[in-house]
Design a protein around this ligand. Structure first.
Ligand SMILES: Nc1ncnc2c1ncn2[C@@H]1O[C@H](COP(=O)(O)OP(=O)(O)OP(=O)(O)O)[C@@H](O)[C@H]1O
Ligand SMILES: [Mg+2]
Length: 198
């Protein structure tokens, strides 16, 4: 807390009460992986299944958040870190609301994901969408690898900027050998095993 005149005001309704109302636990499913690995595709598939099962969810997708909340941020190291910090703080609020929150950001560095984990706490569920760079380049759904290779985009993850794989993610899906449906099933099974949903 930077300003000593800011005083936290306790709320009447607690997270546990909101969770009881929703019959679920608030968590953040943090998808990380290369561009084109399938974070958005798989997160959308998981969210759709949860929605159909009557769960309250929200998807915070990298590009979408950069259109609004984070539209003042670029792609240098400081801005990337601030991008992650803000989304982790938003995720923390969503957890408090009892919502199952899906975050789909490349989030390439271990350090930044550690910061997110520290902000969010034990409701942070890291999902590594593992996919070879060659497959991502072949898919290139946004044409970004093509631009990066032609030098039109600098510091592009996997081309001229590193991606650091998670060391102990809660879930790993292999989107180059598993189908979207198989990845989705693995994630939903994990949520059931953790008691997030029944
Ligand atoms: N098993 C799979 N899982 C996920 N996506 C797959 C799979 N097989 C093929 N795809 C395709 O790969 C592409 C993945 O693109 P997507 O936008 O989801 O990636 P992303 O990780 O969100 O990238 P970015 O970081 O740029 O937002 C889509 O066109 C999707 O249809
Ligand atoms: Mg995406």
């Amino acid at each position: 807390m930077k300003n000593k005149n800011i005083v936290w005001h306790e709320t009447n309704i607690r997270k546990e009460e909101r969770e009881a109302l929703l019959n679920q636990r608030g968590v953040v499913l943090w998808f990380t992986g290369l561009s084109g690995s399938g974070k958005s595709t798989i997160a959308n598939a998981v969210e759709k299944k949860l929605y159909e099962a009557g769960r309250l969810t929200y998807l915070l997708d990298g590009d979408n958040i950069r259109c609004g909340l984070n539209n003042d941020l670029g792609f240098n190291l400081n801005d990337r870190a601030e991008n992650i910090r803000r989304i982790a703080e938003v995720g923390k609020l969503f957890i408090d609301s009892g919502i199952i929150t899906l975050v789909a950001f490349i989030s390439p560095t271990i350090k930044d994901r550690e910061i997110a984990k520290k902000i969010i706490g034990d409701k942070f569920i890291e999902i590594f969408v593992d996919c070879t760079i060659d497959t991502c380049i072949d898919r290139d759904p946004k044409g970004l690898y093509k631009k990066a290779k032609m030098g039109e985009i600098k510091h592009f993850t996997g081309i001229d900027s590193p991606y650091e794989k998670p060391v102990t993610p809660e879930i790993v899906v292999h989107s180059d050998s598993q189908s979207v449906d198989e990845c989705r099933v693995d994630i939903i099974q994990y949520l059931i095993s953790r008691g997030v949903i029944k």
